[in-house]
Design a protein around this ligand. Structure first.
Ligand code: GLN
Length: 535
C-alpha cells in the first residue's frame, strides 16, 4: 500500500505523433526496472466516450483490457513494456468526462450551481487522474495527455495539470515532448518551435520540468544549453530522443540520457544504482540478431494503416524473438484476393493469419485464403473474425452448406453457422455492447490448444458480438473439426482446430492483446514455430 504516489504528466508540443506513448512507456519501464511500481494512464481529448466506435483508419487498433474497456492503442504499449495489465481507469476521454459530469448534473449533485469547464470538468479530470494513485498500488502514475499543446480540446487537461501542480507540489512534475526540426539546407536543428510550445504551456500556467526533444540528429551540449536558457529548465533536463530502429530500443536511449535519474531527482527521491534491464537487453539482442526468417501473411481489410493491427504485429515480434527468427509480415488486403488469384498471391507464405474485423467488406478474400491454407496444409491462425471465417469456409466446402454465413454478413442465410446470441439481439446502442474483456476458456485434452498452452484453463480477452452456432456442433465434429476450447459457463465455442492439418487453429478471442516482451503469447510462438517448419 503506497500513500505518497508521485504524478508525472507527459504533454506534447510542436506536432502530433512524436511518440508520447512510447516515451511514457519507456520512462515507466526504467522506473519499474529500478524496483518501483508504476502505471500509465492516457487522457484522450476527443468526444467519443471510448475509441470502440472509431474506425481503425481514424485511430488505429482498439485495444481491450481484462476488465473489458475499449481503449487507445497506447495502452497496448504500456502492457507490452511493463507486463502489468491496465484497466478502464487507464484510459479516459473527454466524452467520458462530460458524460459523468452531465450524469451528476441530472442527479442534482451540483445543488443548483452553474456547471462549468472550470471547476466541474477540471475536477472530474483531476479525480480520474487521482483514482489510480488512490488504489495504493502504485508509487508512480504517469499520465499522458493526448493531443498537442495549443489544441482547443486539450485545454481543460492542461488546466487540470496546472491545478494539480499547485495542489501536489513536489509530488508532481511535467515532461514536455517536443520536436527539433532539422533544416538540411543549413544543417541545423532548430529550437524555436520548442521555445514557442513551452511559451504556450507557460501561458496556461504550466512550467515543464523536463523537455524530451525528438530529433533526427544528435543534440549538442550547446543546443541543450540554449533550450534550457529559453525554457527555464536545467541543461540536464533537456533530453535527446533520437529516432530508434525499434520502439523497444527507446527505454535504453532514455536510460543513456538519464531520464529516470532526472525524474527521480525532481520528485525528491534519492537515486542509487542502475535500472535492472538484463532481460530487456537480452530480448533486444535477440531481436537484432535472428538467425532465421519466415514470411507470414496477415490478411485483413485495414492493412493500409499498420496501426490497425498493432497488437498482432507486436505479438509476432515477441514470438519471433523466442524462435530466434525474424517474422517478415506480408500485409495483404483481403479485398484483393479471389479464388482465381489466391495461389499467385499466397504461394510464398509459410503461415497465414486471418485478422479480426467487422462487416462484409473483404470477407470473400478471407474465406478464400483460409481454404487455401486448409487444403495446402499451410499453418493457419484465425483471430476472432478470422476464426469465424474459418467456420464459414468449413461449412461451405466440407459440410457442403453452400449458403453458410455469419448472421452479421448475411442476416437471411439458411445456415447461420456464426450467429448472434439471443441476449445481444435487442441491443441497438453501439459501443460497449459486445462481449468484451477477459473470459475463461476450458481446453479439451489432447488437442493442439492444450499442447500450446500447457494448461487446462486459460483466460483471454474478447471483443465481438457473434458466436459459433452450437446447433452445428455435431456436424463439424463428424466432419473432422475439433472444438477444443469452450467457455465453461456458457458452452460457447472459443477455439476450433483440424487435427489432420499440421497447424490449423482459430480463436474467438484476441490472443494478441496479452502478448508482452516478457510473456510472448504461446499461440503466436507456436504459430511462428509451425510456419518455420512449413515447406
Ligand atoms: N465482427 C465479428 C463479431 O462481431 C468479429 C469481431 C472481431 O473480429 N473482433 O463477432
Amino acid at each position: 500500500m503506497y500513500t505518497n504516489t508521485k504524478y508525472i504528466f507527459v504533454t506534447g508540443g510542436v506536432t502530433s505523433s512524436l511518440g508520447k506513448g512510447i516515451i511514457s512507456a519507456s520512462l515507466a519501464k526504467l522506473l519499474q526496472a529500478r524496483g518501483y511500481t508504476v502505471t500509465i494512464q492516457k487522457l484522450d481529448p476527443y468526444i467519443n466516450v471510448d475509441p470502440g466506435t472509431l474506425n481503425p483508419y481514424e485511430h488505429g487498433e482498439c485495444y481491450v483490457t481484462d476488465d473489458g474497456a475499449e481503449t487507445d492503442l497506447d495502452l497496448g504499449h504500456y502492457e507490452r513494456f511493463l507486463n502489468v495489465p491496465t484497466s478502464q481507469a487507464n484510459n479516459v476521454t473527454t466524452g467520458r468526462i462530460y458524460q459523468s459530469v452531465i450524469e451528476k448534473e441530472r442527479k442534482g449533485e451540483f445543488l443548483g450551481k452553474t456547471v462549468q469547464v472550470i471547476p466541474h470538468i477540471t475536477d472530474e479530470i483531476k479525480n480520474r487522474i487521482k483514482i489510480l494513485g488512490k488504489t495504493g498500488n502504485y508509487q508512480f502514475v504517469i499520465t499522458e495527455i493526448g493531443g498537442t499543446v495549443g489544441d482547443i480540446e486539450s485545454l481543460p487537461y492542461i488546466e487540470a495539470v496546472r491545478q494539480l501542480k499547485w495542489e501536489l507540489g513536489h509530488d508532481c512534475m511535467v515532461i514536455h515532448l517536443t520536436l527539433l526540426p532539422y533544416l538540411s539546407t543549413s544543417g541545423e536543428l532548430k529550437t524555436k518551435p520548442t521555445q514557442h510550445s513551452v511559451k504556450l504551456l507557460l501561458e496556461y500556467g504550466v512550467q515543464p520540468d523536463v523537455l524530451v526533444c525528438r530529433a533526427e540528429h544528435a543534440i549538442t551540449k550547446d543546443i541543450k544549453r540554449k533550450i534550457a536558457l529559453f525554457c527555464n529548465v536545467e541543461t540536464d533536463a533537456v533530453i535527446e530522443a533520437l529516432d530508434a530502429s525499434t520502439i523497444y530500443e527507446v527505454p535504453l536511449l532514455m536510460e543513456k540520457e538519464k531520464l529516470d535519474v532526472i525524474v527521480l531527482k525532481k520528485l525528491g527521491i534519492s537515486v542509487s544504482g542502475e535500472p535492472e534491464l538484463t532481460k530487456w537487453k537480452s530480448f533486444l539482442q535477440k531481436l537484432h540478431n535472428p538467425s532465421k526468417e519466415v514470411k507470414i501473411g496477415l490478411i485483413g481489410k485495414y492493412v493500409e494503416l499498420k496501426d490497425s493491427y498493432k497488437s498482432i504485429a507486436e505479438a509476432f515480434i515477441h514470438a519471433g524473438v523466442v524462435n530466434d527468427c525474424r517474422v517478415k509480415l506480408e500485409w495483404i488486403h483481403s479485398e484483393s484476393l479471389t479464388e482465381d488469384n489466391i495461389l499467385e498471391k499466397l504461394k510464398d507464405l509459410k503461415g497465414i493469419l486471418v485478422a479480426p474485423g467487422f462487416g462484409n467488406r473483404g470477407i470473400d478474400g478471407k474465406i478464400a485464403a483460409i481454404r487455401y491454407a486448409r487444403e495446402n496444409k499451410v499453418p493457419f491462425l484465425g483471430v476472432c473474425l478470422g476464426m469465424q471465417c474459418a467456420v464459414i469456409e468449413y461449412a461451405r466446402n466440407v459440410l457442403n452448406l453452400k449458403d453458410a454465413h455469419s448472421r452479421e454478413m448475411n442476416p437471411a442465410t439458411s445456415s447461420p453457422v456464426i450467429d448472434i446470441l439471443e441476449a445481444q439481439k435487442t441491443i441497438s446502442h453501439m459501443g460497449g455492447t459486445m462481449r468484451l474483456g477477459a473470459y475463461p476458456c476450458r481446453l479439451e485434452e489432447h488437442t493442439l490448444a492444450e499442447k500450446i498452452y500447457q494448461v487446462g484453463e486459460i483466460s483471454e480477452r474478447h471483443r465481438h458480438r457473434y458466436e459459433f452456432n452450437n446447433e452445428y456442433t455435431k456436424q463439424y465434429e463428424e466432419a473432422g473439426m475439433v472444438l477444443s476450447g469452450l467457455n465453461p459457463d456458457a458452452g460457447l465455442v472459443e477455439i476450433i482446430e483440424i487435427p489432420s492439418h499440421p497447424f490449423y487453429i482459430g480463436v474467438q478471442f484476441h490472443p494478441e492483446y496479452k502478448s508482452t516482451v516478457e510473456n510472448p503469447h504461446p499461440l503466436f510462438v507456436a504459430f511462428v514455430k509451425a510456419s518455420m517448419a512449413a515447406h
